[in-house]
Design a protein around this ligand. Structure first.
Ligand code: C5P
Length: 218
């Protein structure tokens, strides 16, 4: 049976991971958080004190880093790093790592392999445009920058992190700009994607809308 792929893209904090995770759970599909892969690599690079523009060294760290994703947990060389990869310092640096074409090539290859033989909900920035161009359903989630910053803030506060709302808003704006302006696979809605503005919608409303759209296609 052909594997069904659902691509969910959008800017930082638009609700992609919350929606994608819940959708995967309800459909019994595998959830793949591609942002976590770029974040895990960024964490490993920073931990090795490698400069963010030293591409040969970054590639060396990539080759020596074993990342694994089990049941929503992220491990680097078998060490649990769920909270570390969500830190502000990783958020501030991840777009520098994500704009390196060689890094994208390695991660896109892994993402495609995971999606080739099972039903998946995959979220990121280039899933509909690059990673899974033939996905059965492509969703592009958006929300106002204020709403996105508020959501990220509440999420991090709940995790017990000491954060500032304005810093988060600035970080989101800067990161989106870098992600949109990079030359390799920029953040962009696929032409055949369906855009959903989640600003005034509940998670339940968005999930229902996506399941309705999926049912029209399968
Ligand atoms: O989704 P999340 O906010 O965790 O992604 C972190 C960063 O990883 C993004 O800002 C972007 O720079 C990068 N990313 C990417 N392509 C993806 C997923 C994430 O470039 N498919």
């Amino acid at each position: 049976m052909e594997a069904i792929q659902i691509a969910i893209d959008g800017p930082a904090g638009a609700g992609k991971s919350t929606i994608a995770k819940e959708l995967a759970y309800r459909l019994d599909y595998t959830y793949i958080d591609t942002g976590a892969m770029y974040r895990a690599l960024t964490y490993a690079v920073l931990k090795e004190n490698v400069k963010i523009d030293d591409i040969p060294q970054i590639l060396e760290v990539t080759r020596n880093t074993e990342m694994s994703f089990k049941k929503g947990n992220i491990f680097i060389n078998d060490i649990l790093v769920n909270n570390e990869v969500r830190s502000i310092v990783v958020s501030q640096n991840v777009s520098y790592i994500a704009r390196i074409p060689e890094i994208r090539e390695i991660l896109v290859d892994i993402q495609r392999r995971i999606a080739s033989n099972q039903n998946v909900v995959m979220d990121g920035r280039d899933i509909g445009t690059k990673v899974l161009p033939d996905a059965k359903l492509k969703i592009f989630l958006t929300a106002s920058v204020e709403e996105r910053a508020n959501r990220r803030y509440s999420e991090l506060i709940l995790k017990g992190l000491d954060v500032n709302l304005n810093d988060i808003k600035e970080e989101i704006i800067t990161r989106d700009k870098m992600d949109e302006e990079r030359s390799c696979s920029p953040l962009k809605a696929a032409d055949d994607s369906i855009k959903i503005d989640t600003t005034d919608k509940t998670v339940e409303e968005v999930i229902r809308q996506i399941i309705f759209l999926l049912n029209e296609r399968i």
